[in-house]
Design a protein around this ligand. Sequence first.
Ligand code: HEC
Length: 135
Amino acid sequence: MKNCILLFLMSGMLLMSCGQGSNTKTTTTTTSDNVTTSIPVNNGKQLFMDNCARCHGLKQDKLGPALDGVLARWNNDSVKVAAFIQNSQQVITGGQNQYATALYHKWSDAPMPAFTNLKDGEIKAIFSYIQAGIE
Ligand code: HEC
């Protein structure tokens, strides 16, 4: 009888582990995202896909301009572009950057959301991705 209970318990555990098995797939994806997020060098594409791709393509305009060659449009001033990405409205309302203000009007005053959560290293990784130009 003891063995029976044990078997019963074990098959229950087996079933449970099966269930977990199918969940593991999603968990793995999340984990690998977390892993890439903590290594900001090669995760530019992932960060771009997660935060920017709904509005920007590299080669095609979407809700915002295509970002191919964007650093050159800002005279390679990556510090300024990073500040814009972190809080574009602050740059625009600050009125110091005519290019940014003109671009904002060109895009029908559509405000780009602020990305204050993105760290400098993460923005650098996004720049590397944009400059690599491989979609
Ligand atoms: C909700 C849409 C939206 C999202 C999401 C978004 N942007 Fe933008 N972005 C815009 C718009 C619209 C503009 C044009 C300027 C403006 O309207 O403020 C812009 C402009 C820019 C520019 C300047 C482009 C140029 O030609 O000089 C850069 C750089 C930029 N975005 C980078 C990013 C990055 C990097 C991300 C992700 C972290 C991002 N954007 C996410 C809408 C968005």
